[in-house]
Design a protein around this ligand. Structure first.
Ligand code: ATP
Ligand code: MG
Length: 425
């Protein structure tokens, strides 16, 4: 992708109306644009990152048997009255409004009220179970504190998986598989998530949250520094310095961001919707359910909160918008020709590259922009580099002059989404 044609530009200063670090950096670097508090446009760079996160989620969902579908965000009041959630939590969480002929609708903030009656249409026997269905869709929540950028949207991306089982044992076994899949997702996205015991809110009695420690997190967790056992402050009896209930380590307090949450719903939604199956012995039983949520947009914001320095973002390679950022310094025809050659070579090898071909932009500005945008590998072609390329990892301090063979060897690996779509202009 040629940077001269890329939609969205870096800004000299972070936006004045953003307090959160992720929104300040992502806006300044040209990844997102705020429409209103808690709702953002993803510009091409930002959408590339979001799509990379979603791709990792899809791969791990497929690995545990998840089938993807897509439900409507717009939902009729009647479904939500069946579970009582039209009024409790009601408009506290849900955007509700009137359509034609006095019909009442709400925007989905979770999808049990749609998926449970859907599955009821297709499941009747124990032979139809188990079933694992998920979607990746925008959710809407009437959040009271939408000032944390991508961490807390009123519209945000969520992957929600729902599982359906014959009995509690089968639910428990799948719940453990989903828990492991979640850990793999966060690890692949460059995040270290701590499995944290928590209350189940309006979903279930208890749940497991996946918490990433950062000084800017809105949650507080108590976690064992030795074995990693953790509880959310809202449930916990634990205190700083206490002995860990699972090992002889000690408990520390930390601020954290909840990036995922899984619940054993059991029969909570099967009962109001009469989702039942006929078991092998001929008796009718309620279906056991689990639900499993991840916010890809919050994961993206969290990655920025965790991976940055005072010059900008440092994307984990797996979710970076491009793998390489090639800077052409100087506009002599010899330099321009060599830079273009490198760009074509990388593109033809499937290494997604943002090519800073902008004329009339100083070297200082190009370097500063590259640090701000945070693509994993910075490459420079200038008068000085001759037939070589200067290679510097965004995470490292030193640059090395390499020939093209070494360059390709160093950059081998997966490219970003955007680069894959639009490799060469
Ligand atoms: P929180 O406690 O932070 O408000 P929650 O517990 O209400 O979140 P869940 O219902 O568990 O959220 O949603 C599943 C996942 O969706 C969360 O773990 C998080 O990754 C994401 N998520 C929830 N609310 C938001 C939001 N307002 N903006 C962005 N992502 C969100
Ligand atoms: Mg939660």
């Amino acid at each position: 992708m040629l940077q001269s044609t890329l939609f969205g530009k870096t800004q000299k200063q972070p936006p004045r109306d953003e307090v959160s670090l992720n929104a300040r950096l992502l806006t300044q670097a040209g990844f997102i644009d705020k429409v209103t508090a808690g709702a953002y446009t993803y510009l091409p760079l930002g959408l590339a990152v979001l799509n990379n996160v979603k791709q990792i989620v899809r791969e791990e969902m497929a690995a545990i048997g998840g089938q993807e579908l897509l439900m409507p965000a717009l939902q009729p009041k009647e479904l939500w009255e069946k579970t009582g959630r039209w009024t409790d939590p009601g408009p506290e969480v849900m955007f509700q409004f009137e359509g034609r002929s006095d019909r009442q609708y709400g925007l989905g903030w979770t999808h049990e009220e749609v998926i449970t009656p859907l599955v009821k249409k297709f499941v009747s026997s124990y032979k139809d179970l188990p079933l694992y269905l998920y979607q990746i869709q925008d959710k809407f929540r009437n959040e009271p504190r939408a000032k944390s950028g991508l961490l807390r949207g009123i519209e945000f991306s969520m992957k929600d998986l729902y599982s359906f089982h014959r009995d509690e044992q089968d639910l428990e076994a799948y719940y453990q598989r989903a828990l492991q899949a979640y850990l793999r997702i966060f690890q692949r996205c460059g995040l270290e998530a701590i499995v944290t015991e928590a209350s189940g809110g309006s979903f279930s009695k208890y749940s497991h949250e996946f918490q990433v420690l950062t000084p800017y997190g809105e949650d507080v967790i108590y976690h064992c520094v030795q074995c990693g056992y953790a509880q959310n402050r809202e449930v916990t009896q634990l205190m700083t310095g206490a002995a860990c209930p699972k090992c002889d380590g000690s408990i520390a307090e930390g601020k954290a961001i909840e990036v995922g949450n899984i619940f054993q719903l059991k029969t909570k939604y099967a009962v109001p919707f009469k989702l039942e199956y006929v078991d092998a012995d001929g008796t009718s039983k309620p279906v056991m359910m689990g639900c499993y949520g991840i916010g890809p947009s919050r994961v993206m914001g969290t990655a920025v909160e965790v991976h940055h320095d005072d010059r900008g973002i440092i994307w984990p390679e797996s979710i970076a918008p491009f793998r390489a950022h090639l800077l052409q310094l100087g506009s002599s025809s010899a330099v321009a020709k060599r830079a273009l050659l490198v760009y074509h070579k990388l593109s033809s090898r499937g290494i997604s590259t943002l090519f800073d071909d902008r004329p009339d932009v100083t070297a200082g500005v190009k370097f500063a922009d590259a640090d701000l945008i945070g693509i994993p590998y910075r490459l420079v072609v200038s008068e000085k580099t001759k037939a070589n390329v200067e290679l510097k990892p965004r995470r490292g301090q030193t640059s090395t002059l390499v020939n093209q063979t070494k360059l390709l060897a160093a950059l081998k690996g997966k490219g970003g989404e955007l680069g894959k779509q639009r490799n060469v202009s």
